[in-house]
Design a protein around this ligand. Structure first.
Ligand code: ZN
Length: 360
């Protein structure tokens, strides 16, 4: 994540803090500024304690995931919470259940421990005297942990509760179907939040949006992954498409663009692929009035072509990371196909239609 700094390494996992976190500390110091040094110190201790709890929560996810052989790249602490970036989630339902639920358990254990401590020392203050800035520090930390556990238990992606729900559903049905149902439930909840938020709580509307988009992304990603699991590029690439020669003028590329659906054109020099001319580059050349110039100097020459035996999911990852809409496919030095986002999208629609047709 940009603007984050590594502050420690725990169990070999880099712990990073986002720069905005320091803004939060500054904000707390300013809020308490005219109450004197001790008040500022208490405010800062409170924030640091919460972050400690969030860190323990994320560490618990990471350590359980690592037990199942999943690499954890790092943990980043943000003012809104923590993110443990794992290379993947376990697809085995029981493992996903344990990786997800452990974070909630950690917060509940912290809350219970504090409760027992203040009961034991007889320093309980009535709950209604508590607020975010007032009341005993320990009790406030306890309440924050109860809140964190409850919030994460919401059965909606990307919260832990969404994954817990999916892992429970996945024991009875396929992983893809379980993800789609869990995502629907999460979106239903997001709509409910949004409605309640409209009655006067903007924070809820924010959470609703966050949850709605998270559910959508999770469902789309899982559907895509299962649709293209172990599928070679050969089966998805298009083989009927136009190519250009490096000496062709921009105007003939424009003619191809307007004649058909193709937006990216592989460019050949004596039958050897030298690059891809994208629609954006073509339009850019036209806007500069270069319609009679050859396409050769315009095109992207740094394109690394795919092989027909590459896996589609890896190819999609390359398309996304390089911000392209198409990649040429080359076999034995010859251009044999074109993998386009549009065609992949169509394949996905066919896959979804077939899934719906299947008896459950
Ligand atoms: Zn969590």
């Amino acid at each position: 994540m940009k603007w984050s700094f590594q502050i420690a390494r725990i169990f070999g996992i880099p712990i990073r803090i986002h720069a905005t976190f320091f803004l939060l500390l500054l904000f707390v110091a300013i809020v308490h500024a005219n109450e004197g040094g001790p008040a500022i110190a208490r405010g800062l201790v409170f924030i640091l304690a919460i972050f400690g709890c969030v860190l323990l929560h994320e560490l618990s996810h990471s350590l359980v995931a690592r037990r199942y052989g999943i690499k954890v790249r790092d943990i980043t602490l943000l003012p809104i919470g923590g993110v443990a970036s794992m290379e993947r989630m376990p697809e085995e339902p029981r493992q996903e259940f344990l990786v997800s639920i452990v974070g909630i358990v950690v917060n509940l254990v912290i809350a219970a421990a504090i409760y027992l401590w203040i009961r034991g020392t007889g320093s309980v203050e009535p709950l209604r005297q508590l607020s975010v800035t007032g009341g005993s520090l320990l009790e406030r930390i306890m309440m924050v942990n109860v809140f964190l556990a409850a919030f994460n238990l919401l059965p909606a992606f990307p919260m832990d509760g969404g994954r817990v729900l999916r892992s429970l559903l996945a024991q009875r049905m396929g992983y893809v179907r379980a993800t789609q149902i869990a995502a629907r439930i999460g979106q239903g909840m997001a709509l409910l939040f949004g409605l309640v938020g409209l009655l006067g709580n903007p924070f809820l509307i924010f959470i609703a949006l966050f949850v709605y988009i998270g559910a959508e992304q999770e469902a789309a990603m899982i559907t895509m992954r299962s649709a293209f699991h172990n599928v070679p590029v050969r089966d998805v690439m298009i083989t009927t498409f136009r190519t250009l020669d490096v000496h062709d003028p921009v105007s003939s590329a424009l003619q191809h663009l307007l004649e058909g659906y193709q937006q990216d054109f592989p460019v050949l020099d004596r039958d050897q692929l030298v690059g891809v001319l994208t629609r954006a580059e073509l339009l850019d050349a036209i806007s500069r009035g270069n319609e009679r110039a050859p396409v050769g100097p315009l095109l992207q020459r740094d394109v690394v072509p795919l092989s027909p035996d590459d896996q589609v999911d890896a190819a999609l990852e390359r398309l996304r990371s390089q911000n392209r809409t198409a990649l040429p496919v080359v076999e034995n030095g010859r251009l044999v196909g074109l993998l386009t986002l549009e065609n992949v999208g169509e394949m996905l629609m066919v896959y979804n239609a077939r899934m719906k047709g299947k008896p459950r």
